[in-house]
Design a protein around this ligand. Structure first.
Ligand code: FE
Length: 183
């Protein structure tokens, strides 16, 4: 069973890898996403969700094989499941929905969809594409949908090769404040 120290080690060691075809490493992407969340005044669990939203790419050897084979590795579900015994639904809910939030935003905001990076456009196709209107409406009724949408906007903005962020240690306080008491 994964513990918080393992998570941080995963981010530091495997996170040095490039984030798909984006110009940043997985670790830089995670730190940028968490920094954007923190600067927006998000509550600690949502900052942690932003930091760990792509951990599903890194656990169990990651899903690079799946991506290479043009399958969807479902990293949002892998990540949410891996964190389920460490954090409550305020952390795992937005992580589990961050791909659905992208499908929602593509269905409802042409400007969001037009601004997606080429890599994010390619993964959208594998993830099922933009939601149809009924699915978009149903998405909004799910718990943590609003948090997942906020996370998704930071996610897209967190691909800046030049951005400066605090290091991982800066976010320990948010992790400690968000961890389940019986972990
Ligand atoms: Fe991401």
């Amino acid at each position: 069973m994964i513990v918080i120290e393992d998570l941080l080690r995963l981010l530091l060691e495997r996170g040095a890898r490039q984030y798909g075809d984006e110009p940043v490493s997985q670790l830089a992407h995670a730190l940028q996403c968490a920094t954007l969340a923190e600067r927006s005044g998000a509550a600690p669990p949502l900052v942690v969700a932003a930091l760990l939203h792509d951990i599903g790419h890194l656990v169990d050897g990651g899903d690079e094989g799946a991506a290479r084979a043009w399958r969807d590795g479902e990293h949002e579900n892998v990540g949410a499941a891996a964190l389920g015994h460490l954090f409550g639904p305020e952390v795992t809910g937005p992580i589990g929905l961050h791909v659905a939030a992208k499908r929602y935003l593509c269905a409802t905001e042409p400007a969001y969809s037009a601004a997606l990076s080429p890599a994010s456009q390619r993964s959208l196709a594998l993830q099922g594409g933009a939601f149809a209107p009924a699915a978009a409406a149903a998405f909004l009724d799910r718990p943590h949908a609003a948090a997942a949408i906020a996370l998704r906007r930071w996610d897209e903005a967190a691909k800046n090769a030049m951005a400066a962020t605090p290091g991982l240690a800066h976010f320990s306080k948010h992790i400690d404040a968000s961890a389940s008491p019986r972990r």
